[in-house]
Each structure stands twice: as structure tokens, then as C-alpha cells.
Design a protein around this ligand. Sequence first.
Ligand code: ADP
Ligand code: MG
Length: 395
Amino acid sequence: MDNYLDKVRDCYSDYFRREEEIDLFTPGRVNLIGEHIDYNGGRVLPCSLSVGTYGAASKRDDGRIMLVSADFSGSYIETEVSVIEEINDDPDSFRAFGWAAYPLGVFKKLIMRGHKMSGFEMAVTGSLPRGSGLSSSASLEVLTCAVLKKLFGLELDGVTASIVSLEAERDCAGVNCGIMDQFVCAMGKKDHAILLDTSTLEYEYSPFVLKDHTLLIMNTKKTRRLADSKYNERRSECEKALLIIGKKFDKEKKNLCEITPEEFEKVEELLPDPIRRRAKHAVYENRRTLDSETALKNGDIDFFGRLLNASHDSLRDDYEVTGAELDAIVDAARAQKGVLGARMTGAGFGGCAIALVKKEFADEAKENIARVYKEKIGYDCEIMKAETYDSPFAE
Ligand code: ADP
Ligand code: MG
């Protein structure tokens, strides 16, 4: 981690010719289990990671805002507090800022909530791959919240920071997404996962202590081209399923995840294929997520590993959102010594998968998975070891 801290501090002093007032780290996140069920009333079980985004920053008293990313050239952006105060909080107004739409969107949303801030300058760098589903965007937004809180002494708690970050991403950067990413980056804690209901923001920490195990984050490097269109298709398939079976119970079910697997078995023949399989995934994935929480509480990591496997199989066979690359990387992982379980994570069709592996076998597994993946798919993947990590807002 120290390398990245050095990198962001060097970048800061190169551009701003002084030492920064503060530096901070904000985690990225990964969803451990509970995939494609947030829109069916189910819960997700993500954790914050030791890979994320670093920032170095200082206040300015001339009303200017200067932002630079060490991660690509030409990233330097300069504007003024008065400009951000006056522009609309819509993507058209923020488009010209490029990557800086994320931090400037956060700044705008904080102003709109009545926070008083002067100008500032900030350098950032990320240790997680961008655009591959580990939520570098949410990590950058929450980092900005944490930096501005510290620089200007704002009254800002983690839940509010996650809402501000989501508003910035949706309204200013123009990316329509749910709140899970921002919530976990802002509220995650070391050695914990968060069981979260994304529609109510009810949450509970669940212990996730990886004493003898490591999490491998495996980036297929396959772009998630199909993810958006298939996401919408799956959502409407789930809605159709609910229309058909929701009223078949004593008390009408308002979403698929209210239905237990036992209840589902009694009505599933009413559903035509593939809608039956989509609904089956939602119902059983919700059960697997709750079982995972129990397994983690009991320290039953082997059972948790089996649930990860079952989740991927369901996403591959019933929900059909994996694809050759995710299946190849997961199969390669499962074949390695010391691997307890592996699954895709995120929307699917590309992006990342995770594997849970015994520490002593982690390096060997990493090497073998990368080799097998390249043989099968024809290009390199990227595999990182990750741990859980505290958000700057975690108490
Ligand atoms: P993901 O959140 O899955 O990584 P997104 O496409 O949502 O992918 O967000 C990636 C975008 O966030 C980048 O294109 C860039 O605009 C911004 N971003 C994230 N991290 C950084 C960084 N370290 N420096 C500059 N921009 C970043
Ligand atoms: Mg994102």
C-alpha cells in the first residue's frame, strides 16, 4: 500500500509544488454473494477491500479547484468554486470535466446540501483496475467525500457520504447505478462484510475474518459489453415471474426474494422457461446469501466456499449471465489446490470473479489460474490478492 501512497504524494508535489495537508485511502469493494437479487428485494453481502483509491489534498484560499490523477496523462483539470456553484447538477454540465466529473459532482452535491467549502487541490491514484466492476468510481467519490470532510471539518457521516456519492455518480457523471458500491466503500470495515438491503439501506455487519485464507480478485479483462442490455432483460423476466406466482400465496409476495425455496417448489411449474430459471436463481441466491452470513458468523469457511460455487453455477445455468471468460477463470480457480470456492461477481458477462483460497496455496493458485486462462481464452487476466479494509468513515 505504501507504494501508492508515495505515488499520490509524488504526483501531488509535482503538480502543486508543496506538501499536501492530508492524505487518505478509500477502499474499493467486491460483492461476496447475493448477485442479481438486489432488484428482487434480496440482500447483498459485499466487503470493502485493501485495494482502492488514494488522495492527497490541501485547501486553497483563491476559490480555485485543481484536480489531477496520477493514473493517466492529460488528467489535470482546473475550475472554480463559483463555477461549480452555478452549473446544473446534470451530466451535460459535467461532461467537459471528464474523470473529474466524479469528484466535482461530489463537491456540487455537498454544496447543494448547504456545506461551506473553499477551493482545494487534490491528486488521486488507484490501486484497483478501473472499469472492471470493483467500483473505482464509487471509491473515488467516497474518497472525495472523506477528503472534503477532513479539509473543511464537514459534518458528514458514512451513510450520508454514500448517498452524496451516489447522487454525484447518477446526476453528474450520468451513470445510473444502485447504492451498494458507494455504501460499501463508505461503510466497510476490516474483517467484516455488510449484509445490506439496498432498497431500505438496512444493514448489518457480519464478521469476515480471513485468518488462514485469502481472497483472490480475478479480472477477466473482458469488457462487460452485454451487461446493460441483459441486465434490463433479466429484470423484466423477474417481474414477469412475480406477476405469475406472486399472488399464489396466502399473503401476496411483493418481490421474488420474499419467496422461500420451499414455497417456490410448490409453484414453479406455473412458470414457463426461461422465466422459471430466472426466478429460481433469485429465490435460491437469497437463501445462499443468508446462509453465507450464518456460515461466516460460525467461522464455517468451507461451507461459505461451497455457497460461492453454488452461486456461480446458478448464475451460469439458470440466470445465464456468465460467459466463456468468467466460466473459464472460475473453473481454473476451482481446479487449484487450496481453493474453497469461486464465483463471478458483479453484473456478469465479463469483469471480475473471486476465489477463496488457503493462504499457503495463494501464489501457486494465482500463477496456475493465469496460465490456464490464457491457454483457454487467448489473452491475459489480472489476479490480485486482497484483504478487507476500513473505510475512512468506519468508526
Ligand atoms: P468501475 O467503477 O467498475 O471501476 P466505472 O466505469 O464506473 O468503472 O468507473 C471508472 C471511471 O472512474 C474511470 O473511467 C474514471 O473516470 C473514474 N476513476 C476511477 N478511479 C480513478 C482514478 N484513480 N483516477 C482518475 N479517474 C478515476
Ligand atoms: Mg463504477
